[in-house]
Ligand binder design. Sequence first.
Ligand code: C2E
Ligand code: CA
Ligand code: CA
Length: 402
Amino acid sequence: MLDPAATKSFDSGSIIFRQGEPGALAYMINAGRVEIVSGNAVKVLGPGEIFGEMALIDGRPRSATARTLEECVLLPITPEVVSKRMQKADPLIRLLLKQALSRPAETYPTATVRTGNTRVTPGATQQQVAVELNMATDLRSALSQDALDLHFQPIVTLPDNRLGGFEALARWNRPGVGFVPPPHFIGVAEQTGLITPLGRWVLVRACQALKRLQRSRRRAAPDDEALFMSVNMSAHQLYADGEVQQLLDIVESTGVNPRRLKLEITESVLMDDPPLAEHAISTLRNAGIRIAIDDFGTGYSSLNYLHRFPLDTLKVDRSFVAPLPGDGPGVRIVSAILSLARELGFTTIAEGVEDASQLTCLARLNCDYVQGYLISHPLPEAEVHEWMTPSARRHPPRAVPG
Ligand code: C2E
Ligand code: CA
Ligand code: CA
């Protein structure tokens, strides 16, 4: 959404820019009229219209003079804003836009399309978009053929190292290509709308696996608390019309106890549209599902949302765990995050624990749970069942690609 706070007011008769001046901003008129003069040609623009956009594209000096005819409110559009939104758009839309925008620039042999601070030649962009579109096509067929996988990474309690639950992580072995890193195909899924069916698929599989894993667990350790399952959620899943209800229907149809399910969302998801996020999260919470903040500390530094939303768990990002124990500020930062979380009544999970000294340090800082390669890599379900048997737990599980 455009930020209305970023608008600027201009008195009548103000020159916004002059012909021949350098400049990279375009403007949208929120209120008032603006006159665009180029040689003898005069054009008058009103609310909702955009001017100065050529500078965003070709970076050449202004080809006209823009002057307000009355008091005006304008919204400056920066190359960074355009670039950021382009990155989020569907690859096909991006290609169409780039093509359309680069057309006038092509009349100058050396011109390239400007996106943000980088200059991208249309050829390179087309190649990248083609790669993403191919990936989206393959991902769509993988989904329809049920050819994706879900791995499960154990999450254990501190200080006694008991199994608490799992995080479900999507895996894709792309035919002819091999293992695709999840951030890559999840990104493409988000840009193409595939994230909605993919997210539902993940939730169905995670719930079904949870029931089987809980059965296994009850046989091995009847007195232990029931296991939980954490599932990653993209912004689109929370914000798409009717999607939260779809997710609730899935949980109900699989018959898992919603209280044993956690949905992991990042801070930026909450901040994209706080009122809508609040509504979605409250709906999930009222159904008993718990919400975890993923990668805590890497996104918005505003802490306001921690009490605004009905959250349950805070996952301390791997980047904070990596410097532990050490004698730098790292320990104090993690200690402060954990105290804050405790103060607000959150359960805490530290991510990316790779060595025993990190584990000892986190236990000393009273972190509730840990997750990381030290305990186990994410595993296919069959190996998790094996891992849960007490004899197997005494030996580190076989390491599989993350
Ligand atoms: P994430 O949610 O932060 O998931 C944790 C990532 O850290 C996983 O990477 C996991 O394999 C990795 N990891 C776990 N322990 C360690 C460790 O000790 N050291 C290191 N270096 N890494 C560790 P993965 O599976 O590659 O997933 C990457 C990201 O992709 C996830 O980050 C998540 O944002 C996204 N993702 C994966 N599956 C899904 C999904 O089903 N839905 C959505 N929306 N996103 C997903
Ligand atoms: Ca996660
Ligand atoms: Ca994480």
